[in-house]
Design a binder for this molecule. Structure first.
Ligand code: KIV
Length: 271
């Protein structure tokens, strides 16, 4: 099955049913109304309003600078564009790490002010208390393990995580803890495929992989990467489905040429 167009609205329950049936879950990031609308109409299952907005929308080097207010703005725009898919909103760095009360307040702001359907936060054992507190109020939470970009200054690089036994064991343990705490799904980013397969098999909730191999229950890519808007980022895990950078550059060059030559606008393009 390539899409779930027959399903009216995708919910966290739908994702669980998909895992139980062995149907893969499709997820993509979006940060604005227009792209969210295209992705929703293409029958994507989940849109993630990722804090990667910090990189691809705002041009920051890391995800750390984006604020809760800015994430809320992006999520509001995305929600206006969708009818059917599930919207997950990233909790930005600094909006949940202080304590579980702070995490709950941030999650409540996201849900109240955006109309999104769930939140995502990074980390394992260290965020379990916050996950429990958020879930206890009825807000669905997605976890995120492996390469967690908000901890980039701790890791030092964006290279593959959990290649060593100790870190792999922590990922396995954290995944079970997040499931127990009530997460409805977990993103596994840039970990060995074998480890992601083991984690996915050990959980009853779905895993969504990015650079984590084919055994995850679903896959996610950043829209700017998979559409080739950002054509300098070429990690091994990325499949590029378009070369939008080249196509847009060509179109804009032609537009400039047409203006300069006086060809645009022509008789039919004026009043
Ligand atoms: O912010 C983001 O885009 C993400 C994905 C890479 C999973 O968290």
């Amino acid at each position: 099955m390539s899409s779930n167009r027959d399903i009216k609205k995708i919910t966290t329950h739908t994702l669980q049913v998909m895992k139980d049936r062995g149907e893969k879950i499709s997820m993509i990031t979006a940060y604005d109304y227009s792209f969210a609308k295209i992705f929703d109409q293409s029958s994507i299952d989940v849109i993630l309003v990722g804090d990667s907005a910090s990189n691809v929308m705002a041009g920051h080097e890391t995800t750390l600078p984006i604020t809760l207010d800015q994430m809320i703005y992006h999520a509001q725009s995305v929600v206006r564009g969708i009818e059917r898919c599930l919207v997950v909103v990233d909790m930005p760095f600094g909006s949940y790490q202080g304590n579980s009360k702070e995490a709950l307040n941030s999650a409540i702001r996201i849900m109240k002010e955006t109309g999104g359907h769930s939140v995502k936060l990074e980390g394992g054992e260290e965020v379990v208390e916050s996950v429990k507190r958020i879930v206890s109020t009825g807000i669905p939470v997605m976890g995120h393990l492996g390469l967690t970009p908000q901890s980039i200054y701790k890791f030092g690089t964006y290279s593959v995580r959990a290649k060593e036994e100790a870190e792999a064991e922590k990922v396995k343990k954290d995944a079970l803890l997040l499931q127990e705490a009530g997460c409805f799904a977990i993103v596994l980013e840039k970990i060995p495929a074998k480890l992601a397969a083991e984690v996915s098999a050990s959980l009853h909730i779905p895993t969504i992989g990015i650079g984590a191999g084919n055994a995850c229950d679903g896959q996610v890519l950043v829209m700017h990467d998979m559409l080739g808007i950002n054509n300098t980022f070429k990690p091994r895990f990325l499949r590029t489905y378009l070369n939008l950078n080249e196509q847009i550059t060509g179109a804009v060059k032609k537009y400039i040429e047409d203006i300069k030559s006086g060809d645009f606008p022509n008789q039919q393009e004026q009043y």
